[in-house]
Design a protein around this ligand. Sequence first.
Ligand code: CA
Length: 230
Amino acid sequence: MTKILIVEDEAGLVTLLKYNLEKQGYETATVMDGREVIQTALLEKPDLILLDWMLPNVAGIDLCREMRKIYDLRLTPIIMLTARGDEADKVKGLSFGADDYVTKPFSVPELIARIGALLRRAIPAPIQSEVKTFQDMTIDFAKRRVTRGNRDVHLGPTEFRLLQFLMEKPGDVLSREYLLKSVWGGSIYVELRTVDVHIKRLRNALNAGGEKDLIRTVRSAGYAMDLKEE
Ligand code: CA
């Protein structure tokens, strides 16, 4: 059974979410105190986490960043729930490791649709080959491990999947529309800008050791793995 961890301190909202998610056939677990989120997540091993931005004691966004550093939680899809509708906050949420972002008050059908879309793509895409190398980067698809030289590259689920699609045909320019459709399953709620935010995150992770940028931005066309070696 697919389990969703609800991290939310408003009791009424917890009840609403729990009721609707269980009606959809999901199993739920809840945690209301920010300080207990990580241990609960490690214990419950949810397939997806709904994470409130404004929690007492700990900010949701800090928890998000923390969870991405923990091996067992690094690939768990996270949807941030927030009262902030600001574009800057949205980008901030995504860049701290969330996979999607829903502004309160949200519509339950929209949230359910977003959860469904994230869970569908949490299932790994078909594996091209077990291990692929590209310049100084090695990707082990079975272990979902990426290295550059001797350095481990830490990627969230969305970035890993983006890289997977970019690596299907290195050098080919993939449009943002294509990436949106492939990586996000064509969810009508995801905007094109989200692709750029995640490409930026992927780039930052890949180049964190000061290595050469492997991704080429092709203005108004999209992105490609850069074949040029220096
Ligand atoms: Ca709250």
